[in-house]
Design a binder for this molecule. Sequence first.
Ligand code: ADP
Ligand code: MG
Length: 253
Amino acid sequence: MKTIAIVNLKGGVGKTTTAINMAAILAEKNKNVLLIDADSQYNLSMHMKAKTDGINLCDLISGDIDDEDALIQKTYLRNVDIVAGSIDLMDFDLSALRAGEVKETSIRDFCNNLKQNNTYDYVIIDCPPSFSASCAASIYAADDIIIPTTIGVYEYEGIRNIVKQINGMKTINSNLNIAGVLLTQYRKDDICLQGADLFNSNLPVRVFNTKIWRSNAVSESVFANEPCVSWSPTSWAAKTYRAFIDEYLGGDC
Ligand SMILES: Nc1ncnc2c1ncn2[C@@H]1O[C@H](COP(=O)(O)OP(=O)(O)O)[C@@H](O)[C@H]1O
Ligand SMILES: [Mg+2]
């Protein structure tokens, strides 16, 4: 089982879209996937039609749970389950971590139990756009970090900072590996072409060759409540998400 956290402290860069479409592609390949929604805006839970007013990630990170199985909900996608997020995650900022209200190893311990049960091949955690307690607990749990980003100077500077922060956490999670930066909402214009060069030549981490292309099909698929890869398999976003999985995990995952 591999645990992958999708991280960027900026919003709107494609974290949730990446989590949904990665899960859908892996599920198509008969992999069992657990999604974890660590964002208080719970977009992932909404998209997967999960219940957000019942037992959710808050109960896990605050140590308020006896039966961990109760956290897991089925989704409309075969082979994909979810631990829902909720607006209550907003109450857990970093001070909650320092005050011991949140156990930093809660998600990691949960994932270790799942690993022993051999239920899932992949756990994919959709992180919030802030360095909150749920974000920190997600990074503690991760084997791999993927950093999706749109192309721009502020985005580039943001990634340099987050890479430093994540590398600093390797003292606590020695398994942690920044798998790479994933350029999203890409289009063929000067800004994207030159911007991609900036990311490729200067970042101290891998930038995936595959770029996720901007497609209207992504927004349409949100309205349709489906992953883009099944809503519009021939869209550029769907094709490039598939190419990304091949580049990141190899053909047989
Ligand atoms: N490849 C893409 N092409 C077009 N629109 C996209 C693409 N990826 C994401 N979007 C849109 O951009 C917005 C932000 O994406 P989202 O995945 O929610 O970002 P985040 O989780 O980082 O906040 C959403 O409205 C989403 O539908
Ligand atoms: Mg999101």
